[in-house]
Design a protein around this ligand. Structure first.
Ligand code: NAP
Length: 248
């Protein structure tokens, strides 16, 4: 499901249905004949979420929701936890994928990577970034196999790396040296506010990175446990996306 099939850059043969999560009624055609739904909520407002979950519950039986991990892999504060509760109350079967940080977030540095310097706060914040292919592999299992109803999986990558190390590894993948330059937190706050708009989301992100300086993001074995294959490393992810960083 995409908002604009004309703009979707997906391989030939992928069936596209239009739909917009902010306009629940647009989802009706996309739900025709659907038993299981993979739900993400890539929005800062959850105003439309109750109507979307109600509509899904009218048609489908099972939701796999791509959520985020709270402390120790438990329920996260904020909209992730609220959507989990909406899904639980909907009466559908559910599976939650409580993800750690996405490796793909580092694509936000692509422009700076090409200059050889990334300026960002909290270079020592340590994350266990997860490859989107592993999130997809876990989601496919949850959507197509029995035995995942009522499960909340804390899904992470296999290696703990500081943000400064992530930048170095991306540089190695594309064959140029890239170094980290620490951005003062006050400056980062302004940059993030311009980018995201929502001050509470900005403070949550800054607090999260600050806490990961002392306490690295946990590594779990969920990818291996659920799919039978080891989680892909961040180095693998950077090699898989080398062209995305090289592109002008
Ligand atoms: N990034 C992280 O580190 C992280 C960590 C834990 C959990 N999560 C969760 O994972 C999910 C995906 O995150 P992400 O960072 O990959 O999100 P994202 O890149 O911002 O968005 C993913 C997709 O959502 C679609 N989309 C955006 N607005 C939409 C709308 N109004 N209606 C329908 N589709 C819409 C877009 O597709 P089209 O433009 O083609 O419509 C886009 O490709 C979210 O639920 C997020 O909360 C993210």
């Amino acid at each position: 499901m995409v908002r604009d099939p004309g703009m979707a850059n997906l391989p030939a043969g992928v069936e596209l249905v239009p739909g917009d999560l902010t306009s629940p009624e647009t989802l009706r055609p996309a739900l025709d004949g659907v038993r299981s739904v993979f739900l993400l909520w890539p929005l800062f407002s959850i105003d439309a979420a109750p109507a979307v979950v109600d509509l899904i519950a009218e048609r489908a039986r099972h939701v796999v929701y791509l959520s985020a991990a709270g402390d120790d892999g438990g329920r996260a504060d904020g909209f992730w936890g609220e959507i989990e509760q909406l899904v639980e109350r909907s009466g559908m079967d559910w599976t939650f994928i409580r993800a750690g940080g996405f490796a793909a977030n580092t694509l936000g540095w692509a422009g700076e990577i090409r200059t050889g310097v990334v300026r960002w706060p909290y270079g020592a914040a340590t994350r266990a970034l997860v490859h989107e292919a592993d999130l997809a592999a876990v989601a496919v299992r949850a959507l197509t196999e029995d035995g995942h109803d009522g499960a909340a999986y804390h899904v992470t990558g296999p290696d703990q790396l500081t943000q400064a190390e992530q930048v170095r590894i991306i540089g190695e993948a594309i064959g140029i040296p890239v170094r980290w330059e620490e951005m003062p937190v006050a400056e980062a706050r302004v940059v993030l506010l311009n980018m995201w708009g929502d001050p509470s989301f900005v403070e949550k992100a800054l607090d999260g990175w600050a806490s990961m300086v002392g306490t690295p993001e946990a590594v779990t074995t969920a990818v291996r446990d659920i799919t039978g294959a080891p989680a892909r490393t961040f180095r693998q992810w950077a090699l898989d996306h080398a062209d995305d960083f090289r592109a002008a």
